[in-house]
Design a protein around this ligand. Structure first.
Ligand code: SAM
Length: 178
């Protein structure tokens, strides 16, 4: 499936948890796909640096900033079309939040539109091989959603980011051989 084909036109929102200072490149990468990117980090000291870094940009997409523990502030995010997530780790400098793991991912998926959405990720903080299974040829069925690698992968060579199509299990073709 082409990325452009699995993506219909309506206002779109991307959510990037644990972003640190990774603002400008995600805005550029996501520009063809979303109208707004919500960046989230627990470190309130980043806010002034985020604002400075976007001062000369005019968008779209627009950038908004959410300060707090993503496990708590996720409830204030209304709708997500794209989960963008990279560069995190369980180690000392990382968040230790398994955003792609089974405990937290369902809270993000709850905010996906019924039509589904995309996950754009390097596979950071994935537990139980979720990421590896999402990008295998058969994809992954979990939490009432089907995850499949899009055939169009515009970011993989330069940025090592994979684009994963997320569809409600009710509306998508079943996945064989789990
Ligand atoms: C390794 S850095 C992320 C780097 C960034 N993704 C990149 O690619 O440049 C981890 C970030 O997660 C943030 N963080 C730690 N715990 C968090 C939490 N519970 N919720 C949201 N952000 C958190 C830290 O403040 C830090 O900025």
């Amino acid at each position: 499936m082409k990325l452009s084909r699995c993506w219909k036109m309506r206002p779109r929102v991307a959510f990037y948890p644990c972003c640190h200072l990774d603002i400008l490149e995600p805005l550029a990468l996501l520009a063809p796909y979303v109208d707004e990117v919500i960046f989230c980090d627990i470190n309130a000291a980043l806010l002034s640096r985020w604002r400075k870094s976007i001062a000369s940009l005019s968008g779209p997409p627009s950038a908004s900033f959410l300060i707090g523990d993503v496990r708590q502030v996720i409830s204030s995010v209304k709708e997500i079309d794209i989960l963008f997530y990279r560069g995190d780790s369980p180690g000392e400098d990382g968040s230790g939040v398994f955003v792609l793991g089974d405990s937290f991912l369902p809270f993000i998926l709850e905010r996906f539109h019924a039509d589904g959405g995309l996950i754009i990720t390097d596979g950071s903080n994935s537990r139980g091989s979720n990421f590896e299974r999402m990008i295998r040829p058969n994809g992954l069925a979990k939490h009432g959603w089907l995850f499949r690698k899009c055939s169009d992968q515009p970011f993989v060579e330069k940025h090592r980011l994979h684009v994963i199509d997320v569809k409600s299990a009710r509306s998508a073709q079943p996945i064989k051989n789990q």
